[in-house]
Design a protein around this ligand. Structure first.
Ligand SMILES: [Zn+2]
Length: 178
């Protein structure tokens, strides 16, 4: 697959396919969006939000979650706020997310099948891997928790607006979660 992508890429550049997308690094809408890596959202989310290239910093991980005060999503948001002029943050989780009901108990046998040793798993269990790979069980509660993690973060300034949403993975409809 990657070789096919490389072939496409050479043609894209040669035909100047990039021209409609030229912009700078500053988000034109002064917006950051924290969302899920789900492939249903790859094009749907920016289209449904009316975001074009250059409009917003889009930060993605499995679930669109923040797991700790030093989570890389927080790091990215801080860069957005202090370096790139972000003033508003949308947390956007989505319906039927794969991170919903995700659990280490389900991962564990697959890891063994893929050649990860019991010894390694024991080490990582002692390091809290089960909590780290745990999904969420209630999407609304997860949105509220993620918004609170940003709002209450000591390094996030109080004048940044943070709001939470669930996007429908099919229609793109946004529902605000208060
Ligand atoms: Zn998801």
């Amino acid at each position: 697959m990657i070789d096919q992508i490389l072939q496409f890429n050479r043609q894209f550049v040669a035909e100047k396919g990039y021209e409609p997308y030229v912009t700078d690094k500053y988000p034109a809408k002064k917006l950051a969006v924290l969302t899920c890596m789900d492939t249903r959202l790859t094009e749907l989310l920016p289209k449904a939000l009316g975001l074009r290239n250059g409009d917003a910093k889009i930060i993605k991980n499995a679930g669109g979650l923040i797991l700790s005060e030093t989570d890389s999503a927080i790091r990215s948001l801080l860069v957005g706020i202090y370096e790139l002029g972000v003033k508003e943050v949308m947390v956007v989780h989505h319906s039927t997310c794969g991170a919903c009901h995700m659990s280490y108990d389900a991962f564990r046998p697959h890891m063994l099948e893929h050649g990860i040793s019991e010894e390694t798993l024991s080490e990582w269990e002692a390091r809290g891997v089960a909590e780290w790979l745990e999904g969420f069980h209630d999407t609304e509660a997860s949105v509220r928790k993620t918004v609170a993690s940003i709002v209450n973060h000591p390094l996030v300034p109080k004048d940044v607006v943070v709001r939470g949403f669930i996007i429908d993975s099919v229609t793109g409809a946004l529902t605000e979660i208060q």
